[in-house]
Design a protein around this ligand. Structure first.
Ligand code: GLV
Ligand code: MG
Length: 324
């Protein structure tokens, strides 16, 4: 290990994160009663300009009045380049900061963006005498944000998670996309011809580099990497495939832009029973080896290295959180 310590963000369950427009209060109760881990009430792109003020009021009332149970509650504010942002932060944190866990910051571009928000939130918390520190979730969804992702990730002790905002990222980088978070058949390799001249096309994942880069920045700073939206909510298999790719790279959650995607995210982002059992056996084997004063740990006749033990610890902790 490096001598540099990595402080881990609070260990919240973040397998699924539901987007709920602040302008649609009729959706709030259903969200509160769902199985989602995190809800973000949106003031940004799902809300039209002439609805921004009303949405802010709805969100403040909902945070104070609805029983959200043990869900983690977040509000997506407008971008720092808009004139809505300062009131989003001041009004929501002043009037509903007691129930707010996180603020989601869209289109974050530089560490200074994070610094500015940290200053504002710190002042409001101090003035209101809040004892709980509100965390930040950042959407990495511009070329600038991706270029500065590492500095952004380390810019505040409030930081908890980085989210890959694939829709805006595509717009910012001018990537050619078909559906939000989906694949493009033109991002493919053509195999060399077989003897009979036939060639196969293998589709690739055009988001691999961006997501992998964000995962590294998040993990190097103790944050949760979360995959963003998948636009076609009729396509459960497409969603599962995208979520699995993200999970394989290290993401621990994915957005749901429709309630039907919550169960899919929870399913893919939860460890399987077999994985949990194996992880528990690894930890038991380690405890037995330690008790017996043995340096090497083995299970089923195979040596277990310390990387596997650390993975097992993470997995067992996740299972404990899910169990509640
Ligand atoms: C999310 O905000 C996205 O742009 O994908
Ligand atoms: Mg976006």
């Amino acid at each position: 290990m490096s001598f540099h310590p990595i402080e881990q963000a609070p260990g919240r369950l973040n397998r699924s994160e539901l987007a709920v427009p602040g302008s649609q209060p009729k959706m709030f109760e259903k969200a509160a009663n769902s199985d989602v881990d995190v809800i973000f009430l949106d003031l940004e792109d799902a809300v039209a300009p002439d609805e921004k003020e009303g949405a802010r009021k709805n969100i403040i009332a909902a945070l104070n009045d609805i029983d959200w149970g043990n869900k983690t509650m977040s509000v997506r504010i407008n971008g720092l380049d808009t004139h809505y942002m300062y009131r989003d932060v001041i009004e929501v944190v002043e009037q509903a900061g007691g129930r707010l866990d996180l603020i989601m910051i869209p289109k974050v571009g530089t560490a200074a963006d994070v610094y500015a928000l940290d200053m504002l939130v710190t002042q409001i918390e101090a003035a209101k005498g809040y004892s709980k520190r509100i965390g930040f979730e950042h959407i990495i969804e511009t070329a600038l944000g991706m270029q500065n992702v590492h500095e952004i990730a380390g810019a505040s002790r409030r930081n908890e998670s980085l989210h890959f905002g694939v829709a805006d990222y595509a717009a910012s980088t001018r990537a050619r996309t078909t559906i939000i978070g989906g694949v493009n058949p033109h991002y493919a390799v053509l195999t060399d011809p077989e003897e009979d001249g036939s060639r196969a096309t293998h589709w690739g994942d055009m988001w691999h580099y961006a997501l992998a880069r964000m995962v590294v920045a998040a993990r190097a700073n103790g944050l949760r990497p979360i995959d963003g939206p998948f636009g076609d909510f009729q396509d459960a298999d497409g969603y599962r495939a995208a979520a699995r790719r993200a999970a394989v790279l290290g993401c621990e959650g994915k957005w749901a832009i429709h309630p039907s995607q919550i169960a899919l995210a929870n399913e893919v982002m939860s460890p399987s029973e077999a994985d949990i059992t194996k992880a528990r056996r690894i930890l038991e084997a380690m405890a037995e080896a330690e008790a017996a004063g043995k340096g090497a740990v083995s299970l089923d006749g195979r040596l277990i290295d310390y990387a596997s033990i650390r993975q097992a610890e993470v997995l067992v902790e996740k299972a404990r959180q899910i169990a509640g």
